[in-house]
Write a protein that binds this ligand. Structure first.
Ligand SMILES: CC(C)(COP(=O)(O)OP(=O)(O)OC[C@H]1O[C@@H](n2cnc3c(N)ncnc32)[C@H](O)[C@@H]1OP(=O)(O)O)[C@@H](O)C(=O)NCCC(=O)NCCS
Length: 131
């Protein structure tokens, strides 16, 4: 499925305490896990007015390894390039912060999304990107 709506411009950054309820709301709508969500480990996508329209939460499993725990784009903003820009920003920031490996739990339903960024299947339950 191709994005039918024109892409919107977003800025990527770490979540502020005030934005955490918005992140939780998006994760609940997307049935993504809300466990582990904090300001230090959650990136948000902000649209032009500065509203949170997507989020990614990770946790560290080693000094150089980040596991992606939750990903969600507000359904009202789906298919507008938010997920792609957000994930690109997350990968770049993790790399700049010294991470060398990103791991995501592999699910058939979202494999297509991670393949776009070069993630490769490591085993039947995980996909990995070496930075
Ligand atoms: C997966 C998700 C993060 C994508 O976010 P999004 O903002 O809608 O995605 P984008 O608009 O940036 O599109 C990304 C790319 O995927 C493509 N795409 C969108 N839906 C697709 C689908 N169902 N199958 C295949 N490709 C798809 C788009 O065409 C685009 O590709 P392109 O730029 O090469 O044309 C979002 O749909 C979401 O939150 N889903 C629910 C939660 C989820 O499954 N998270 C994933 C891991 S937990």
């Amino acid at each position: 499925m191709q994005a039918e709506k024109p892409p919107i411009k977003i800025a990527v950054g770490k979540a502020t305490p005030e934005e955490i309820p918005l992140v939780l709301d998006i994760y609940r709508k997307r049935k993504a896990d809300t466990w582990r969500v904090g300001c230090d480990n959650t990136y948000v996508a902000r649209n032009a007015p500065g509203i949170v329209v997507g989020a990614v939460t990770f946790f560290e499993t080693g000094p150089m390894t980040a596991n992606i725990h939750s990903v969600g784009v507000d359904p009202a903003f789906e298919g507008k390039g938010v997920g792609k820009q957000l994930f690109k920003g997350v990968i770049e920031d993790l790399k700049n912060n010294g991470y060398r490996v990103i791991v995501v739990a592999y699910q058939n339903k979202n494999q297509w999304f991670y393949e776009k960024f070069g993630f490769k299947e490591r085993n039947p339950s995980e996909m990995v990107l070496e930075l």
